[in-house]
Design a protein around this ligand. Sequence first.
Ligand code: PLP
Length: 289
Amino acid sequence: MKKLKAFLNGKFIEKKEKAIALEDRGFTFGDGLFEVLRTKNSHIFFFEDHLLRMKYSAEFLGIPFPYSFDYIKEMALELISLNKVNDGELYIELTRGTDLNREHRYPSEDMQPTFFMLAFPLRQIDPENWKHGATVFPYPDLRHRLCEHKTINLLPNVLAKNFAYAHGGYEALMYREDHMGKYVTEGGSSNYFIVKNGRVITPEIDNILPGITRAKVIKILKSHGIEVIERRVYLEEFLNADEVFLVSTVSKVMPVRKIADREFTAPGEITMTAMKLYGRLMEEEKGRH
Ligand code: PLP
């Protein structure tokens, strides 16, 4: 059996080692952040974007960010190589660290954050999802007010995604409600777009995750001359859209064929353009480094 390695607080350890304290605040309070990045051989896609998002949120939450980006990148590449991962994912987690007292209040000084990284092969996703579109299911967004940060508090996302899986779907389509009705926020681990009359519309960043893929897709569509509007988008508009697609680091750009029983052409024309442009952007980025 190959001994898989992880990176923890400055050292490479065997993944099987029990190295994190039971009193780690990530474990007891969900007091931490994470990132998931795509890797290909010795390339990590959009590394700076992901790390900047994590660092910004760490500052917001008062969690010390322990290393320079250069050091993290060097260690991540070493980890990918040690685990012989070709097409893969890099998982990074940062928690506020170990606190033996298990009190909500954290000590203002002397907290050593916990920082670890895992590198593993890309999860298996049925390619039919890209070819003919994924099925998604509406589910209430049960989350808190910190959704612009990629925190490890993922219980509502876990419930939403598992509702979708239990019904044979790929992803949840989470919604909140206002006086006008249900509006879509995001997926359990993705952002959504619709196309209506040649224009692209996506939920604005209002207590949802500012996805790295979302930002890239908005930029490439705009520079391709396609109008992209960011605003509140109602579930009703999703159901009446010409095309729907979802985006994330792992799903890239994925057409949506069904929202529960409502069926769409998938992939539609603009979705196909987005898929092509995003694929090209990844190739270009890999070529530059
Ligand atoms: N929204 C949520 C809630 C997520 O967890 C994720 C990624 O895991 C995304 C959106 C997509 O973000 P990104 O494109 O940065 O992977």
